[in-house]
Design a binder for this molecule. Structure first.
Ligand SMILES: [Zn+2]
Ligand SMILES: [Zn+2]
Length: 298
């Protein structure tokens, strides 16, 4: 009886349950894409466990969205507490907030440096950013601001598929996804005491997501609009087919992955009516799902 009730509750009910409980929370900081939509900040997600926040990706706006989440009561997302990020791939929409994450929390008092995990190329990106802001770092430390000498530093971990991080709260596993001609793009699985959360990153449909989730609590997955204006052009058709996942494909992935809740984020859905999205996902998938909004807690 209890089981039936649990599986019958809607996505909205689960959202409330998650935000009220003290268990693991998934906070979607940004659901956006390269489109400069003021309602959708750049892609970034926080997994919050026991007062610690673990970020996945750092699209534009990440630090301000974290501050907004803190205002909403999620204290782990206080800006000066942001100290670890897992990057799925190096596309600019997922990394334009990286210098923000390196420098802003430091300017605002963070003393610990940032730990950054991601694909090969992250070290090079990081050292270019450090060089770009050398003068800022010098002036803030030597001038009247008296900034600390540690909080702007970054420790980069270039990863391979497998377990990439573990502490008392969480085990993080990276799995390879299919993102067109990117040599390396990853999704991440977070296993905590009470939940298993899988984040697809940017990907065309892949069995790796199905394997990683396998009945997980929350699956966050990207999606694109298969009726978008660009798709009249052959190169865009090929681009979306090989880089991203359509709603119908997502329905099939979700049916096979069996999450307790599917959260659709990173939505390349300009002009796709919500009803159409629902219809296409529902063709294959009958479980609970929700179309994520910025600052949604799941
Ligand atoms: Zn991408
Ligand atoms: Zn993207």
């Amino acid at each position: 009886m209890v089981l039936i009730l649990v599986t019958a509750i809607t996505g909205l009910a689960q959202e409330k349950t998650a935000s009220l409980s003290t268990g693991t929370q998934v906070v979607v900081l940004g659901t956006g894409t390269p489109l400069a939509d003021p309602e959708r900040s750049g892609p970034a997600v926080a997994v919050v466990v026991n007062g610690s926040a673990y970020l996945v990706d750092c699209g534009p706006g990440v630090v301000r969205r974290a501050a907004a989440a803190e205002k909403n009561g999620i204290k782990a997302l206080a800006v000066e507490k942001l100290k670890i990020v897992f990057i799925t791939h190096l596309h600019s929409d997922h990394t334009l907030g990286y210098p923000d994450l390196i420098f802003s929390p430091w300017v605002l008092g963070r003393t610990e440096g940032l730990e950054a995990y991601g694909p090969r190329g992250l070290k090079s990106m990081t050292s270019h950013l450090e060089k770009a802001w050398t003068e800022d770092v010098r002036i803030r430390q030597r001038g009247l601001e008296q900034a600390n000498a540690t909080g702007y530093k970054v420790k980069v971990h270039e990863i391979r598929a497998g377990v990439v991080y573990r502490d008392a709260n969480v085990t993080v596993t990276a799995f390879p996804v299919k993102h067109g001609i990117w040599k390396e793009a990853y999704g991440y699985t977070f296993e905590t005491r009470d939940r298993k959360i899988v984040i697809s990153g940017d990907t065309a449909p892949t069995d790796e997501v199905v394997k990683a989730c396998d009945g997980c609590d929350v699956l966050l997955h990207e999606v694109y609009n298969p009726h978008g204006d660009e798709l009249k052009e052959e190169h865009w058709k090929e681009y979306f087919r090989t880089f991203h996942t359509s709603p119908a494909e997502l329905g099939e992935i979700a049916r096979r992955a069996r999450p307790r809740l599917l959260v659709v984020y990173h939505q390349v859905l300009e002009k796709l009516p919500e009803a159409d999205l629902v219809k296409q996902i529902r063709k294959e998938y009958s479980g609970d799902w929700v179309s994520a909004k910025d600052l949604g807690v799941y």
